[in-house]
Design a protein. Sequence first.
Length: 485
Amino acid sequence: MQARRKYVEHTARDDAMPLVQLTDVQRSFGSVRALAELSLSIHRGDAIALLGLNGAGKSTLLRILGGLDQPDSGAILVNGRSVRFESPRAALDHGISLSTQEPELFPDLSVYENLSLGTYGRLGRGATGVEIREQFTSLLNEIDSSVDLAKKADTLPISVRQIVALSRSLLSRPKLLLIDEPTTSLAESETSPVFRLIQRATARGMAVLVATHRFDVVESLVSRVVMLRDGRVVEDTGFSSSTARRVRRFLGPELPRLSEPPRQRKTALSIDLPASLGFGPSRLLASAGESIGLVGAPLRRLSRIMRSLAGLEPAGATSVFVGESAACVLRTPADAVEAGIAYVTSDRQREGIFAQLSVAENLAMLRLASQRGLQFLSSNTVRSFANSLAARVKLVNTDVGMSAETLSGGNQQKLILARLLAAKPKVLLLDNATRGLDSDGRAYLVRTINEFCARGGSCIVTATEIEFVRAATHRLVEMPSPDVA
């Protein structure tokens, strides 16, 4: 209630100086306009949800405020003074800290070292190493007590990397905390610690601006909602029970449902999971044209199963039968591809796209991979092929010459799916593939699964939102708890 009162006070007092104010901010990427004359005021103690479909401009706005990107035009004021952030350090020096959707950690450094680098000089003068470690441990215990300070960042699943990145932002003690999709790698049952941490931040007077697609985040954390469409603010209002229905409508309609699987069910996928995955020896079966959802265990545990099936997790002998083929053991990604298995990762930036290459070059990788020997493709051939594939999967507001890393999460996911499905796999693995997707992106995934199953393929699905898993599957498989197995 404290945050809600602050919003009312600020809107009532026009003379109160905003902590941060944006006026007519614009940003374009090639021919695509991400922000168009966007204006927004943020006051101390505000708890604001930033809402909009993928491509609405949410991440671009956060990146500009966080110093990762600069506007083409417009003004940014902090405490009434005009500023321009050339780097995240410059933003942090003005009290603004960003926790991105894709956790930006140093992969070869430990959790402790990553937290230290992000908060150096901000934990109190003269703090000893022991005292700093205690602060880190205390904060992480509030979110996830299983996080090991000694572990290297590149050994952590994406859900834990996201928690570490959020913790680092909070430890820097900002005046404005920017968070891009804080719960996209967490199941609904795992979000409470993150909620408590953000609520603690607002209670201490920090302003929080959080981009999200999830109504539970809006309902639990914020007092104000800012809705974006096509890079513009279309509504800026206090959140209450009277505005909840409007917010739900803005977040999107209900998901479509799958068609019924074939009545004559023939087992097309048989998987023997090794005990090394932590569930005990177990077997998964799926019929041709069937989509199954894995539930019952923490998402990071379920992800180990998915990654072992993609040949990415060293789990020992993960044996599979796919269709009429002989049993094979998946030890490498090449083994999985040879068996007809396509893996859609939640970690799009590191494992799904070639971030620094263009959309056209990413899509052309399919052509290059299918050719034997050294061959060259002209730029016109690459662009023509990419345009036809982009039109087929309906990439929104996209120029194929754009860098793939500038795409919205939904468009990045479409790019990945286009490349994988063109190879005509027999099995499709979606490992929390809804991460960072809006309602349109999630609906697109359900339709893609439906079409894939209609052609006789088999799917395995995990996701943070149980509603998506139910919509995207014909059957749920509850995995035994690793602690009980």
